[in-house]
Design a protein around this ligand. Sequence first.
Ligand SMILES: Nc1ncnc2c1ncn2[C@@H]1O[C@H](COP(=O)(O)OP(=O)(O)OP(=O)(O)O)[C@@H](O)[C@H]1O
Ligand SMILES: [Mg+2]
Length: 249
Amino acid sequence: MKGASGRFAEQLLEVRGVSRRFGGFLAVDNVSLRVDKGEILGIAGPNGAGKSTLFNLISGVPFGPSAGEVLFEGRQIDRLPAHKIARLGLRRTFQAEQLFPSLSVWDNIAVASHYMGRRGRSARTAAATALETVGITKYRDERAGDIPLLAKKKLMIASALVARPRLLMLDEPAGGLNSEDQADLIQLLADLQKDGLTLLIIEHVLSLLRELANRMIILSSGELLVDGTPDTVLSDPRVLEAYLGKAEA
Ligand SMILES: Nc1ncnc2c1ncn2[C@@H]1O[C@H](COP(=O)(O)OP(=O)(O)OP(=O)(O)O)[C@@H](O)[C@H]1O
Ligand SMILES: [Mg+2]
């Protein structure tokens, strides 16, 4: 809920000075951020800025930070294995298509549900609810590889939702979608927020973040460059410079 100041009151995720080094290269450099319960925090920045790596560090998939701390609902999670983090209620999707193309939509959700420790009727109910929530029930018996791109994107979201997470982290959910499908996705994400889900969204489609994000951060060369409302962030000259500098390089 938004407090009187317009801010969301309760902190859900806190990232304290996380870094990740690959050999001599610092992909994420001392990044700190906060995500409050109920808000949508957008993350943007040029290619290679460290956005997906930051998601890896937070979710522990496939690796955690080499320095710094991550707290979820006040509990330190940066030394926990990925499946434990997921079961605490923090789920992420991947930038690349992550589904089992030869399995049915239903079986894809069943696999996700199994991973989250659900079995039997409870697993089936959770799977049916997740499909319904994202609006792809009609594809349930089709091969996941054969359904339209928007439905695939929604299937990846449904697979994350099956465990009823409190924080959902999406890595470029709109990649490759036309503007009509983007509008459909924006509506879904807005509905999820209305239902109480907190979202952390990496996206190159800045119009999506402008429409959905309550706050935004820009990463550039592994560092947090700017933090603020989408309007202030997207009109900040340092942000334009970060994108242009990258384009020239
Ligand atoms: N496992 C890894 N080993 C070595 N280098 C890596 C690894 N993962 C990422 N990197 C490097 O870290 C940097 C940040 O990559 P990352 O994928 O986080 O960027 P990004 O901001 O998500 O970019 P994009 O917008 O293109 O998805 C890149 O230079 C990348 O090559
Ligand atoms: Mg990325």
